[in-house]
Design a protein around this ligand. Structure first.
Ligand code: CA
Length: 245
């Protein structure tokens, strides 16, 4: 087990976890640069979208782990971007921090109403923003900060390569382990077979999407071997999700 101080250390990340990917949606070049600089320093891979429509397209191409979303944007307002992301199953749980020049309380409430996870009023300090990002990520993707992650009755220990359910050890093949590891980083989020192929097998490998079903089947069988409900949800015509517990 890790001590709390170890878990608080931002540089502490298990080797199995990939670099977190952040999308900055902002139209002020100076602020974009400042945000980019600070996120890269925090260990993020960063993409930029400078209007609301570009943001939605960028997210559709590859889903980020967190979105910093400006309110006042060309083409499509930030609040509308947030609303659309929340109305789609595949992006419903995507962490969003809204950035805005508006300080009115009603705007703050509107921002949180459409499902932003947090809200920052400009001008804000970068240290406050990075602290908020860490807090949101720790809440939503605990797997980025820890070796041992528990979702519902399932526990995965990356360092020891050990999985248990209700304290009963579960033996998984390497692909099933990576699949579960990926799901557990995003509990509740729905992934298409293509997204799972990219994340677990790698985008440079040619594997039929049917292969995903086979490995999901094996993972399900292993997880339910000692009884208990099937924790993996099949979402018709969309893909698979791990129930958030
Ligand atoms: Ca703006």
């Amino acid at each position: 087990m890790l001590s709390t101080t170890e878990l608080e250390r931002p540089a502490m990340r298990p080797a199995a976890a990939t670099k977190p990917y952040a999308l900055i949606v902002e139209d002020e070049p100076a602020l974009i640069e400042l945000l980019r600089y600070n996120l890269v320093k925090e260990g993020y891979e960063v993409a930029i979208a400078s209007d609301g429509e570009e943001a939605l397209l960028t997210i559709e191409e590859r889903q980020p782990d967190i979105v910093l979303l400006d309110w006042m944007l060309p083409k499509l307002a930030g609040i509308e971007v947030a609303r659309r992301l929340r109305s789609k199953a595949s992006t419903r749980n995507l962490p969003i921090i809204m950035l805005t020049a508006r300080a009115e309380e009603t705007d703050r409430i509107r921002g949180l109403d459409v499902g932003a996870d947090d809200y920052m009023t400009k001008p804000f300090s970068m240290s406050e923003l990075t602290a908020r990002i860490r807090a949101v990520m720790r809440r939503i993707r605990p797997a980025l900060a820890e070796d041992v992650v528990v979702v519902g009755d399932i526990s995965i220990d990356r360092a020891a390569h050990r999985v248990t359910r209700n304290e009963v050890e579960i033996h998984l093949g390497p692909t099933e382990f990576r699949l579960l590891d990926y799901f557990i980083q995003h509990p509740g989020r729905v992934f298409s077979r293509e997204q799972l192929l990219d994340a677990v097998w790698g985008s440079d490998v040619y594997v039929e999407t049917r292969t995903v079903d086979v490995h999901i089947g094996r993972l399900r069988k292993a997880l339910t071997k000692a009884g208990g409900e099937d924790p993996i949800r099949t979402v018709r015509s969309a893909g698979y999700a791990l129930n958030a517990g």
